[in-house]
Write a protein that binds this ligand. Sequence first.
Ligand code: 13P
Length: 340
Amino acid sequence: MNIHDELQATITAMVQKGKGVLAVDESSPTIAKRFKAIDVESTEENRRAYRSLILSTPDLGKFISGVILFEETLEQNSDDGIRLPELCAQQGIVPGIKVDKGKLAMANAVGDEITQGLDGLEERLKGYKDLGARFAKWRNVYHIAQMTPSRLAIEANAEVLARYAAICQAQGIVPIVEPEVLIDGDHSLSRCSEVSEVVFHELFHALHRHHVVLEHMILKPNMMIPGKQNPQKTTPEEVAEQTVRVLNRTVPAAVPSINFLSGGLTPEEATANLNAMNQLGQHPWELSFSYGRALQEPALQAWKGDAANAKKTQAALYQRARLNGAARYGKYTAAMESDE
Ligand code: 13P
């Protein structure tokens, strides 16, 4: 298959009505933090056991079309001895891989960060592809404070995301491009929207300069929400209206799908916000999810590191996947939270 057809086949498999992406790509420090919250030690075996359980949830493929894995997971086996990317594929789910190497303080831009991992990316992608990965994910973050994000950081981060996306496409790997304007801080909803608009605008300018094929990428942005320390309360309808407005102003219609990150929202908030956006009617792109915490939190709480809780864990994940599947159609209601 030529690269164009290969990228298109992956997009077609990932962008489906009523479905979204599950992010289980927590880096080693992040998964250690999630496990600590349920009193589980982050050993390689515990990480494998948990992710094997999650990915073998019966019928997960009804609502999940792609799973983002962490490097280590690509070479791990399920309890039944099946390679985990293969297990995803058997469920009709496209396996993908987080490829950035994390963020660090950006030189000469106080308070801003930049993501690393471009050096050697092409070679790494070849290896990941051999192990079954068909798409990749890379995350850059933007801190809202009085002086940040700076113009310098907005431009440098856009450049890095575009370079990553171009390298992926050259290897026949679909890039999920993740610019995350963080929820931390006391900023208002309108400030989040202003910053996000500038960030997304700069990003698409860079993607254009790097000849990234927009039809063959997925955008994974934040929603428009006030900072966590801001007392302002918003409704899903307000979040939806602001978010769609910013996306309409910045994301070309050629992009097939926008899959939001949950970024610290509760599972219920993340689902209700997505639902409200899809209730606004037809958009130029699919509006979907690529949640980590908002899909996994109830499952982690059910699991607690104990294999005896396997059924409960899978049921909790299935329930959130199902509710977000309904939100893809704008058909979620809070009453569905208590469905069996
Ligand atoms: P959250 O939905 O927990 O923000 O995670 C999504 C993700 O992949 C962050 O990079």
